[in-house]
Ligand binder design. Structure first.
Ligand code: GLY
Length: 390
């Protein structure tokens, strides 16, 4: 890798950005409290503004940020707000039609983070209930966890989605590994591992690029197709999906010790690193889209960086530098291009894109909460102050 463009060292950048996070998050926590935000409008977060209201898959990221900040600082304001959000999220359990595979994103960063940090029995129950819901989506004929419910058919067309699994779920299955760890019952982890093996087979291509969606015949378990998803087209390479694969397979290695998962994570990581290195370390929305229009997705950068730091924890000393240095390059490039450190305005990282084809433009290059979550997690991990949540 070549010279960094910024003049200060990685350590200096890290120390500065950590101080900026402390200021920004203190102000945000005071303003946002127990709201559950997604993307600010005119500098302000609003409650439950994500698609799907209380069921929106991103609702765990704000409490996740709060638990990270509580771990780093011990400031009780973060814990109080996180606990308030967690109680509000109980509403999810009153309408199970709206629960899909994103139970992992929702509850790992809220109830399970609380349990890991405080040992709360109520949080343990919430986490285990969510894990049972996720395990209940397993299709034992095809060995995969079903992604979405019927509500999603209108989003992608009117077909049968009962056999759809998606790359994103690699970040949901750590809920199952956790459930096995706390209950000492391996059933949950067996499901997670079987799903990860199926994803390894049908999501990841030979060059480390990924399909977003895998269609499996839900009656016979046979592979059906790889429909296009949130990227440019069928067969392209949606960058956030790539980042879920990097982090998700690394986590499956952490939880199972199966080296093939670490190798898959590395394969996907090398593909992401190559694609970002030729673009000033900035993440495009899709690595296989036309050069114009140029569209970024900062969330893919933040998640990839977080995943690279996970990989760095599991490789030998001669490999570690590749992953850590690449993570720094991405974090610094996105900080330079997308960060808003004004404590009077909500959200840090702009430039997030929900999906490639967005005629309204409302979901293109906007601040999205999970970019901030993964930035904070990465910076705190590099400072030795993060809470392990996955
Ligand atoms: N998990 C949904 C997304 O990444 O857009």
């Amino acid at each position: 890798m070549g010279e960094t463009t910024n003049r200060c060292s990685n350590q200096e950048w890290l120390d500065e950005v950590y101080e900026k996070i402390l200021v920004k998050m203190k102000a945000e926590c005071a303003r946002v409290g127990t709201m559950i935000p997604y993307s600010p409008k005119e500098g302000r977060y609003h409650d439950l503004d994500g698609m799907g209201g209380i069921h929106n898959w991103t609702n765990g990221f704000w409490p996740g940020m709060l638990w990270q900040m509580y771990e780093a600082t011990g400031d009780e304001a973060y814990r109080t707000a996180a606990e308030g959000v967690e109680e509000r999220m109980d509403e999810i359990f009153t309408d199970l039609k709206g629960v899909d595979h994103d139970a992992g994103f929702l509850f790992l960063l809220s109830a399970v983070a609380d349990y890991r940090k405080t040992g709360s029995e109520a949080s343990l129950s919430r986490g285990l209930f969510a894990a049972n819901l996720l395990a209940g989506r397993f299709n034992p004929i095809g060995n995969f966890i079903r992604a979405w419910g019927d509500g999603m058919t209108s989003f992608f067309g009117d077909g049968d989605v009962s056999g759809w699994m998606i790359v994103d779920c690699m970040m949901n299955i750590p809920l199952l590994y956790w459930a096995s760890e706390v209950t000492k019952d391996p059933r949950f982890a067996h499901i997670a591992k079987k799903h990860a093996k199926t994803a390894q087979q049908y999501v990841v291509r030979g060059d480390g690029s990924c399909n977003h969606i895998v269609g499996i015949n839900s009656q016979t378990g046979e592979f059906a197709d790889n429909p296009g998803g949130q990227g440019f087209e069928k067969g392209s390479s949606w960058s956030r999906g790539q980042s879920w694969a990097v982090y998700g397979f690394a986590l499956s290695y952490r939880h199972t010790g199966d080296e093939s998962f670490l190798n898959t994570a590395k394969q996907c990581a090398h593909y992401c690193i190559s694609n970002m290195a030729v673009n000033d370390w900035l993440p495009l929305v899709d690595y296989r889209a036309p050069e114009e229009p140029l569209k970024y997705d900062s969330t893919a950068g933040m998640i990839t960086a977080a995943g690279l730091l996970e990989i760095a924890e599991h490789v030998g000393e001669y490999e570690k530098h590749l992953y850590t240095e690449a993570a720094f390059r991405i974090l610094r490039a996105c900080d330079e291009k997308f960060a808003n450190w004004d404590p009077e305005e909500d959200s840090i990282i702009d430039g997030g894109t929900y999906f490639y084809h967005d005629p309204s433009g409302e979901n293109t290059e906007v601040p999205i909460i999970y970019a901030d979550y993964y930035l904070i997690e990465s910076v705190l991990r590099l400072k030795g102050k993060s809470l392990f949540t996955w």
